[in-house]
Every structure is written in structure tokens, then in C-alpha cells.
Design a protein around this ligand. Structure first.
Ligand code: PMP
Length: 386
């Protein structure tokens, strides 16, 4: 057996099979370890070995053959999956989509204007958009919350930047832009627009779309994302930001991304997307079954989508459950779950009601098993449980 110190945090004993009653289910962060078993099956073909003297130079993103090869693999991947049109678009790499989101907000903000741009995102939204803008505090952009407020207002003079997340984090909806017009610019965050999580009804063909390997291959720690950009000037402004900020993306990271993409593209993506879709489908089935016994908690409803990749209409299998506490007295849903040793992320973090809580479904198998077991105990103790 493994020594106890190597067991998952929720297990102990000589062979790690003893469930520790004191442990909490971690369903908080979006660490995408659900894909780890896939990479264990491809350990050899996905390995990267770099000799000490290799690739020592600075990387200027569009000059190296490595970057060119990576760019052409990304274009091939999008055309295989059918989730984005890359013809007529520039591609820029970033340290995760996190860096590109900031570069994009910078590039779309007015320069030399006395009127700063207003950034908005529909509630519930991923907290990072607002945090970045407020932390870096640019003179030419401020975050103002929900776009619904701007629909019929008189603010028609300044530029508006809308973040559109599709599928959305936290609720999995395939959001569309709310605002349109000559002074509206849109940043499409498509971190989750892969067959693991959603049907792919049609390829994205937007002015500025951001992707990441974090939720595609699961390699969140490698920090690699890319942006598809239609307009040359926007591309150049983003490129300038990246040059001044980090002087391009680590070549070690690019090399790793290249290797991983080669593995998944080898069979047209079949294996990884089938693995991802199956894993997420099984997890959703277990979660739905567990919550179907409860009158107290409900799950978001996301409509089925046609998936051009799997060539069928399918139920979405979002990365997160967006749970609502239905009882009048359960106003703080995060706390209700927390007391039952389930760590989620409070609805208020996504600027929504605290009756909601987000549970991550993309963590490791162990994390998910513990989550289901904690939910079962909570629900079985419920008055009037079905
Ligand atoms: N956008 C969304 C909607 C996300 O959920 C995340 C990660 N949780 C990111 C962007 C950032 O991802 P990364 O920087 O790892 O690419």
C-alpha cells in the first residue's frame, strides 16, 4: 500500500481506502484534472524532453518556426472541431487566456480620448474580467457591471466593451452579445467552447475570440491561450501589450502545447473529445440522480444543442453546476453547503444572488466522488427528501 501521506486528502489508512469523515469536498476551483486519465494513457507520445542547450533564444511570436507550426496546428484544430473560423484572422499567443483578456481590453479601449470606455458583462459573470480592469486601473477603461443597464440608456457617446462568455462560467449558457452598435466592442471568451462541455452548433466567427488549452487539454499550469483577431490594428495593439508585458509566450510552453496538440489532432480529436464528453456525461448523470432526491437544491437548465462535431443533438455537459437553494430560508447557499463540508464558489462572486453556488465538475475523479458522497449525505438528511 501507499504511505498515508500520499493518499488523496479525503482518504487514509494503509491502502488509502479509508474515507476520512472530517474531510471537505473541494468543488471550488476550475482545475481541469478530469483529463488527467486521458494523458496517463498517452504518457509517452505526449512527453516533452528538452536538452539544456535547446531553445535558449528570446521568442518573438511570429518569427520562429515553432510558433508558425503551433499557429498552423491551431487553425487545423479549429477546422476539425468546427468551433471557430480562422480564415482571415490573426492569431496571437498569450500566457493563458488571462493575459489575452487584459490585452484585449487594452486594445479595444480608446487611446487619446478624454472619455474612458465602459466594460460590461452579463450577470452571472466570471469575476476575473472586473478584477483585472479594477486592479490594473487603466485610465481609458472602467468596469460598470451588467450590460442590461446600458441597453436603453443615454450613454451613447463613450465606447462600451462587452465580455461575452460562451459557454458561460458559471452557468454553462451559450451567451450571446447583449449590446450592438458602432460604439460597442465585444470580447468573446470561448474557454469552454469544446465538445467536452457543449454542442458546437456553428463555428465562432467573431472579431475577437479567445481560447485556452486550460479547458481543452487540461494543462492549466502551462499557461497557454490564443486569440483570433480580425482587425489588424486591434491585433497590433494586443501584440504591443504582450511585447511590453512579457515579451511573448515562453517557448517551453509553446513546445509543450505543440506536443499536446499533435497528440489530440492525430486522430481528428476523436479520442480526447469522446473521453471528455463521456466523463462529463457520466458526472452529470450522477449529479442529476443525486439532486433528483432533493426538494431543496436545483440545477441550471441549459437547452440541448446540435453538435456539428458529434453530428447529433446532445445535452450540454457544462464544466460547472450552478446550484440554487430553493427554500426561502436558505439565503446563503454557499454556507449551507459549506456546513455540509462541500466547498463551492458563492454566487455573489459572480455578482449574482447568494442563493446560487457554483460547483466545479472538472476536477479529479476523487474530488468528484467525494462531492457526490457529501451531497448524498446532505440530501438524505433533508426533511421531505424524495
Ligand atoms: N475565461 C474563463 C471563462 C475561465 O473560466 C477561465 C479559467 N477558469 C479563464 C478565462 C482563464 O483561463 P486561463 O488563463 O487558464 O486560460
Amino acid at each position: 500500500g501507499r504511505p498515508a501521506c500520499e493518499c488523496n486528502t479525503c482518504y487514509g489508512g494503509p491502502d488509502c481506502s479509508l474515507f476520512l469523515p472530517s474531510c471537505s469536498a473541494n468543488a471550488d476551483g476550475g482545475d481541469p484534472l478530469f483529463l488527467e486519465p486521458f494523458w496517463k494513457q498517452h504518457a509517452e507520445s505526449s512527453a516533452v524532453v528538452v536538452a539544456g542547450w535547446h531553445r535558449m533564444s528570446y521568442s518573438f511570436s511570429d518569427q520562429t518556426t515553432l510558433s508558425k507550426e503551433l499557429e498552423s496546428l491551431l487553425r487545423k484544430l479549429h477546422s476539425l472541431v468546427g468551433n471557430a473560423i480562422t480564415d482571415g484572422k490573426y492569431i496571437l499567443f498569450g500566457a493563458g487566456s488571462t493575459q489575452l483578456l487584459n490585452a484585449a481590453a487594452h486594445a479595444l479601449s480608446p487611446h487619446n480620448s478624454s472619455l474612458p470606455a465602459t466594460a460590461v458583462a452579463s450577470i452571472p459573470y466570471y469575476a476575473l474580467y472586473q478584477k483585472q480592469i479594477e486592479f490594473f486601473d487603466p485610465a481609458d477603461c472602467s468596469f460598470q457591471g451588467d450590460p442590461a443597464r446600458w441597453n436603453n440608456t443615454t450613454n451613447t457617446t463613450g465606447d462600451i466593451i462587452e465580455f461575452v462568455t460562451a459557454p458561460n462560467n458559471p452557468d454553462g449558457q451559450l451567451n450571446e452579445a447583449v449590446l450592438h452598435g458602432p460604439n460597442v466592442k465585444t470580447i468573446h471568451d470561448r474557454a469552454y467552447y469544446w465538445p467536452h462541455f457543449t454542442g458546437i452548433p456553428s463555428p465562432a466567427d467573431e472579431d475577437l475570440t479567445i481560447f485556452t488549452i486550460s479547458k481543452l487539454t487540461g494543462h492549466a499550469g502551462s499557461r497557454f491561450g490564443w486569440a483570433l483577431i480580425r482587425n489588424e490594428e486591434v491585433y497590433q495593439r494586443m501584440d504591443r501589450y504582450l511585447e511590453l508585458n512579457t515579451m511573448g509566450v515562453s517557448r517551453d510552453t509553446q513546445l509543450r502545447a505543440l506536443k499536446l496538440l499533435k497528440v489530440i489532432i492525430g486522430d481528428g480529436g476523436r479520442e480526447i473529445f469522446e473521453f471528455g464528453y463521456k466523463t462529463m456525461t457520466k458526472r452529470w448523470a450522477r449529479l442529476r440522480k443525486t439532486l433528483s432526491m432533493s426538494n431543496r437544491f436545483s440545477l441550471q437548465k441549459v437547452p440541448p444543442e446540435n453538435c456539428t462535431y458529434f453530428q447529433k443533438v446532445r445535452e450540454p455537459t457544462p464544466a460547472y453546476a450552478w446550484v440554487k437553494c430553493e427554500r426561502e430560508e436558505d439565503k446563503d447557499c454557499f454556507e449551507i453547503l459549506n456546513v455540509a463540508k462541500i466547498l463551492g464558489r458563492a454566487g455573489s462572486i459572480f455578482h449574482d444572488d447568494s442563493r446560487y453556488v457554483r460547483l466545479s465538475l472538472i476536477r479529479s475523479d476523487d474530488d468528484f466522488d467525494v462531492l457526490i458522497s457529501r451531497l448524498k449525505s446532505l440530501i438524505s438528511g433533508e426533511d421531505g427528501a424524495k
